[in-house]
Design a protein around this ligand. Structure first.
Ligand code: 13P
Ligand code: SF4
Length: 327
């Protein structure tokens, strides 16, 4: 297909993202987008994309977008034969364990997560030995092996509800220390944490928040709960990426800062042209490994397929399903 035909066919998609993608960059994306849309039909595939994907992925090729919780819920319902997970490895593993008959592809196997790599299954067993009888609540940002050793999972969108649903005085919460500390401030349940951190959110500081307020009077500051507690304390609101999106939609702040990964503000701003997004953000090097050419290649070659040992998958799935059952 000629370049001008591709540009003509993708023009309605460009109209959606023109505020965040300069016209000079679009021809580079358009060819891959056109190819990916055709490959999805050919392979009977759907693309699930996390909120941190870049706008050309998020707005132009994804079928389902959302935070970790929404992606897990939606993965269970997928009817198509193939799921391409535009996100990091633990998200693809979660999709596979929840919908094991589907072929789940991740466009780059190196798309990891500093939280997931901060803890092993053996570490969880050691924590259990140290705190006998204390239930283990594991953040979904973890490997299938770690989920398999846990009692229940949580995400940033439901962590408080999950901790309180257990009806116990004490829980072990792994592996995000800051999420655990932020939840501990909202509950009477005693929380034993692990020292894992998100390399994106740990870099925000309380001093940075104060400078933002001084430089942008009236700005509303939203923080992800993976940020350090002193950052969350200085913010106006803390919530998952889906909670931030809902907050902006509901409150329509004149000016807002999202203390999270950079693509978040780009993706939301497309729908809220009247909101001024101040953008002090941090890039996630793992999320940024997922690109249009890699999604295209994944569908062309049907790689990289995510597999989990079936016995392990059953145990890991139980932790995720217990989470999804909490209303
Ligand atoms: P949520 O989208 O669930 O808030 O997660 C943020 C994150 O860091 C995922 O890796
Ligand atoms: Fe992991 Fe943080 Fe990147 Fe999310 S943003 S994938 S938690 S390193």
């Amino acid at each position: 297909m000629s370049t001008s035909t591709v540009l003509e066919r993708t023009a309605p998609l460009y109209a959606k993202v023109r505020s965040v993608i300069p016209p000079i960059e679009w021809p580079v994306f358009a060819d891959d987008i056109e190819a990916i849309l055709a490959l999805k039909r050919e392979r009977d595939a759907v693309i699930l994309a996390h909120n941190y994907m870049t706008p050309e992925i998020f707005h132009c090729v994804a079928d389902i977008v959302g935070d970790s919780l929404a992606l897990a819920r939606e993965a269970m319902k997928v009817d198509a034969k193939v799921i391409v997970l535009a996100g990091v490895h633990f998200m693809a593993e979660t999709a596979k364990m929840l919908n094991p008959r589907k072929t789940v592809l991740i466009p780059d196997v190196e798309a990891g997560c500093s939280l997931a790599s901060s803890i092993t299954a053996a570490d969880v067993r050691l924590m259990r030995a140290r705190y006998p009888g204390v239930p283990v609540v594991t953040y979904v940002n973890s490997t299938a092996d770690v989920k398999a050793e846990s009692d229940i999972c949580c995400t940033s969108g439901n962590a408080l509800k999950i901790v309180e649903s257990l009806g116990v005085p004490e829980v072990i919460m792994l592996p995000d220390e800051f999420l655990a500390q932020n939840i501990a401030k909202q509950t009477k349940v005693k929380i034993i944490a692990w020292a894992g951190h998100c390399e994106v959110h740990e870099r925000f500081t309380a001093a940075e928040v104060r400078t933002l307020r001084a430089d942008h009077p009236g700005v509303v500051i939203l923080a992800h709960p993976e940020c350090p507690p002193e950052v969350v304390a200085e913010a106006d609101y803390a919530g998952s990426t889906a909670d931030m999106l809902a907050y902006v939609g509901r409150e329509q702040p004149k000016r807002v800062v999202l203390l999270t990964e950079c693509s978040m503000a780009d993706n939301i701003s497309v729908h809220h042209p009247n909101v001024d997004f101040v953008r002090p953000c941090n890039l996630c090097p793992h999320m940024k490994r997922i690109t249009l050419p890699k999604i295209r290649r994944a569908l062309e070659t049907m790689t990289h397929e995510v597999t989990i040992d079936p016995a392990l998958a059953v145990r890991a799935r139980m932790s995720v399903e217990r989470m999804l059952a909490v209303k």
